[in-house]
Write a protein that binds this ligand. Structure first.
Ligand code: ATP
Length: 194
């Protein structure tokens, strides 16, 4: 079985950029958020469970997950959001395990914003944290998504503090400068894993 390396970071840290560099080096990356978006449509068992929780309207007339409806329904209802996550997260975990079985490289990477929050690091051989100063991350997300400073900051405040993540991570990439430096750090770390 391949060794699983968890890759994480808060909003705007640069974890997706790092994941792309890892793929450029020839290693497979599982993108948890992207897969979660796919399986709510592809996994029939999951669809049934979501409809049971949120109602038939969670899917539109074409049978596709209605992201807007769901977002509105769970907005300000943390209990419901938690229940939804308790349905989706295990399905992603199973999807990941299936994916790992199909891989042939000795190292595979799992990109997820919630590596430490969901204790997924316990299933990993090593964890990599991408981090940068708050202001830099906020600025990058403002440029990328056209969001306001306050909007990005409010997402950031809901995430696990960097201090705690730094304590839990095996390897840390400090993404405070340029992309060349980010690529260098990424390559050093992945080719040092043994
Ligand atoms: P999110 O969790 O919000 O999806 P992320 O951690 O995946 O964020 P990225 O999308 O990789 O972060 O990076 C955020 C933005 O910052 C992107 O537009 C990316 O191109 C840019 N970026 C990342 N690192 C650097 C860097 N060192 N120099 C310049 N731009 C960068």
């Amino acid at each position: 079985a391949p060794k699983i390396i968890g890759l994480t970071g808060g909003i705007g840290s640069g974890k997706t950029t790092v994941a792309k560099y890892i793929e450029d080096c020839g290693f497979p990356v599982y993108y948890s958020d992207d897969r979660a978006k796919d399986i709510v449509n592809d996994n029939e068992d999951l669809k049934v469970k979501i409809k049971e929780l949120l109602g038939e309207e969670a899917y539109d007339k074409n049978g596709l997950y209605d992201r807007k409806f769901v977002a509105e329904k769970v907005f300000n209802d943390n209990d419901l959001l938690q229940k939804l996550n308790e349905i989706i997260h295990p399905a992603v975990r199973i999807d990941f395990e299936d994916w790992v079985k199909r891989q042939t490289k000795y190292l595979v990477f799992k990109e997820t914003a919630l590596l430490f929050e969901l204790k997924l690091n316990l299933q990993c051989y090593k964890s990599i944290l991408v981090t940068a100063e708050d202001n830099i991350r906020i600025k990058r997300v403002m440029d990328r998504d056209g969001k306001t400073y306050r909007e990005v900051q409010s997402v950031m405040e809901k995430q696990m503090p960097e201090k705690e993540k730094i304590k839990l991570a095996d390897c840390i990439i400090y993404n405070n400068t340029n992309l060349e430096d980010l690529k260098d750090q990424t390559e050093k770390i992945i080719f040092d894993i043994e």
